[in-house]
Write a protein that binds this ligand. Structure first.
Ligand SMILES: Cc1cc2nc3c(=O)[nH]c(=O)nc-3n(C[C@H](O)[C@H](O)[C@H](O)COP(=O)(O)OP(=O)(O)OC[C@H]3O[C@@H](n4cnc5c(N)ncnc54)[C@H](O)[C@@H]3O)c2cc1C
Length: 430
């Protein structure tokens, strides 16, 4: 049987591609190597499924550090608002939480996955589970179909690759498609970890002095060895036995990974502004006035009025000030060093955890070779891409899933319109 559209990969990108292609009147096969669909979607957002983010488009784009411009057309055609309407149409009630994150009211990713998967079957998409694809088939610059690992061939007028990246490989995303599309002339930007904890070789990390301590509402900046600031991210961090984790640290990981890809030996530094709402001179003035009001108070006790005890110990160590120093005995040098510890607490960053442990894969199929208006390959007719398999990535918070749904919808629709128009123009549904 010749399909109009073959979709490879049953993640959010592939599911949405299959739905939109079928809704446009195409005969669609969805091929998934695992025994169920939407495995990564089912563990996203802490198992609650962060289906999208409600922020307006310009802010949405700011949260996509990996090739946001390329995604503009897809996001304009099928936006976060369309995604919310889509789910509400499937009977999934949604709610908005902090930072625009949108979740199902059920707080259960399984309800979202079930609704999408049921819709795929109800539309009449032919789903093939436990069916790994081994390679693509193309002739004379035109896609012809896919060769399955079992040896059989599935033929199609168009084909959408939606196999994801290669992080958390137990979900099925293992980078299978990169060699397939390289064989057709596509460039692969080498995959790298993003939205992943940062590592540090500082003794206070190795000795686990701060392990388990979380800091809320801080600014964290990453600096290169020339003293250039690569990014500043606001939010929460968590000290671990290897470095730092938490939303603000994950947001920095793109910049750390990118700097280390350019120069694997580069020396990076993080600084934490533990009180971003207080200007440095304001903090100093408050210390000077505390010195007048409570001259005998120790600096250790004073800092503990605003900071956690374990962090205070590290800050005093950094500033080289003894914890029992009375405020009245603080020298100007001490105060400057303490101000630096409060406003720019510094430590080395050696890199990130590996790709397998990353939430998202950076790199993938170069977007320079993909038409942003259709998601079609510029090198092979009838071949389309959707989701994380491309060199696109976003911060966590629903942005990646938005990218997957949005590009899936565009690829599915473009492929269907092309295939169905080719055979019988009258059947194309607008
Ligand atoms: C723990 C975790 C939490 C996350 N939380 C968030 C979050 O809160 N917000 C957010 O925006 N993003 C989050 N993400 C990222 C988000 O889940 C992914 O960006 C998204 O799932 C990518 O969708 P995709 O369809 O492109 O790929 P995937 O979801 O990876 O799906 C790819 C599919 O292709 C199949 N496949 C691969 N190779 C083959 C083959 N050879 N033959 C057949 N099928 C194949 C795989 O089995 C898989 O089912 C999270 C990721 C993880 C791991």
């Amino acid at each position: 049987m010749m399909y109009d559209v073959i979709v490879i990969g049953g993640g959010p990108a592939g599911l949405m591609a299959a739905i939109s292609a079928r809704s446009a009147g195409a005969r669609v096969a969805l091929i998934e190597k695992g025994h169920k669909l939407g495995r990564k979607l089912g563990i996203s957002g802490g198992g609650r499924c962060n289906v999208t983010n409600a922020k307006p488009l310009p802010e949405l784009m700011e949260n996509i550090p990996g090739n946001a411009k390329f995604l503009h057309s897809a996001l304009s055609q099928f936006s976060n608002v369309d995604i919310m309407e889509f789910f509400e149409g499937l009977g999934i009630r949604l709610k908005e939480e902090d930072r625009g994150r949108v979740f199902p009211v059920s707080n259960d990713a399984a309800t979202v996955v079930k609704a999408v998967v049921d819709h795929v079957y109800a539309l009449g998409v032919e789903v093939m589970l436990d069916t790994p694809v081994a390679r693509l088939m193309a002739k004379d610059g035109q896609i012809r179909g896919a060769r399955l690992a079992a040896g059989r061939t599935v033929e199609g007028k168009t084909l959408i690759v939606a196999t994801g990246g290669c992080s958390v490989p137990k979900t099925g995303s293992t980078g299978d498609a990169y060699p397939w599309v390289q064989a057709l002339g596509h460039t692969i930007v080498p995959p790298y970890p993003t939205e992943v904890p940062l590592t540090s070789d500082e003794p206070f990390i190795a000795t686990r002095k701060l392990q388990g301590l979380s800091l809320r509402g801080i600014d964290i900046s990453i600096w290169n060895e020339k003293g250039k600031r690569l990014t500043t991210e606001y939010g929460d961090i968590l000290f671990t036995h290897l470095g730092i984790s938490g939303p603000a640290a994950l947001r920095c990981s793109h910049y750390v990974s990118t700097a280390r890809r350019r120069d694997p030996a580069c020396l990076l530094r993080a600084t934490i502004d533990t009180m971003p709402d207080v200007r440095p001179n304001e903090w100093l003035e408050s210390l000077i006035s505390a010195r007048k009001d409570h001259p005998r108070r120790s600096i250790g006790n004073h800092l503990q009025t605003t900071h956690p005890e374990r962090l205070v110990a590290y800050m005093l160590h950094q500033a080289q000030v003894a914890a029992d120093t009375q405020l009245t005995h603080l020298s100007r040098e001490h105060m400057n060093a303490l101000q630096t510890a409060v406003k720019a607490l510094a430590f080395r960053i050696t890199g990130t955890l590996p790709l397998e442990q990353a939430t998202v894969t950076g790199g993938g199929i170069s977007v320079k070779e993909i038409n942003p208006k259709t998601m079609e390959s510029k090198l092979c007719r009838g071949l389309y891409f959707a989701g994380e398999v491309m060199d696109v990535h976003a911060h966590t918070g629903g942005y990646n899933i938005t990218v997957a749904f949005s590009t899936g919808r565009l690829a599915g629709r473009s492929a269907a319109l092309s295939a169905v128009a080719e055979s019988s123009p009258d059947t194309v549904r607008q």
